[in-house]
Design a protein around this ligand. Structure first.
Ligand code: ADP
Ligand code: MG
Ligand code: MG
Length: 212
């Protein structure tokens, strides 16, 4: 796939399919250490995103797509995840600017901007058992992959997805220090963080879509 606006829109459809397919899993994870709505929140958000793109005014660049995703997620998702995922896409939009197509370096820059935005907004550090535990290693892996000669978006996203999956798994033993799960204190240990899991799922969907 190329990373022009059409490729990015196709990737968002893949993300939505994944979120819908894993809705119950994410609800179950959030039921264990939160309020059980994460799968529902993301399903509502990304379904609304697709509905926006079905409307008349199609975005012309990847950055415009990310901006529309951001505003839609912020206005429809609510809770902790809405503003955080929204901020991630908003910062990604700024990072890619007016580019008509994304290369590996721009993809890595977008992920770096996304994690910096999430941290600025939510104040979680790595190890706090949040989606930062998936997104921060993903951005680092993307940056490393992007330094390879002719690194494609698919290769950069594949590295990011793998790191996010590893980072999400590593949240299991952690005690939550941010978000609802932190109310449980030590009892939050032994559970996968729902936001880290969804972040890994989203990055894997992007990577798979970019490789086709
Ligand atoms: P809510 O907790 O408001 O119901 P969601 O269930 O949709 O929202 O999202 C919960 C996820 O949000 C958590 O699993 C965690 O990964 C993430 N999260 C919560 N607070 C923060 C924060 N301050 N920084 C980063 N991520 C956070
Ligand atoms: Mg929740
Ligand atoms: Mg909630």
């Amino acid at each position: 796939m190329d990373c022009t606006v059409d490729g990015v829109l196709a990737a968002l459809r893949a993300v939505t399919d994944t979120v819908v397919a894993h809705r119950d899993e994410l609800v179950g994870l959030d039921r264990a250490i939160g309020d059980g709505d994460h799968g529902e929140n993301l399903t509502r958000g990304f379904t609304s995103v697709l509905a926006k793109f079905a409307d008349a005014d199609q975005p012309g660049t990847p950055g415009q797509v990310f901006k529309l995703v951001a505003t839609t997620l912020i206005s429809t998702v609510g809770g902790a995840a809405g503003p955080l995922f929204g901020t991630a896409f908003l910062r990604a939009a700024t990072a890619v600017g007016e580019a008509s197509s994304l290369d590996g370096e721009l993809v890595a820059a977008a992920l770096r901007a996304a994690v910096d935005g999430v941290v600025a907004r939510g104040k979680a550090a790595e190890g706090d058992k949040t989606l930062v535990d998936a997104l921060a290693p993903a951005a680092r892996a993307a940056e490393t992959a992007a330094t390879e000669p002719n690194a494609t978006p698919a290769a950069v996203l594949a590295a990011a997805a793998q790191a996010a999956e590893d980072g999400a798994e590593a949240t299991v033993p952690l005690v939550a220090r941010k978000g609802r799960a932190s109310y449980l204190g030590e009892r939050s240990a032994g559970h996968l963080d729902p936001g880290a899991r969804s972040t890994a799922l989203i990055l894997r969907a992007l990577a798979t879509s970019a490789s086709t």
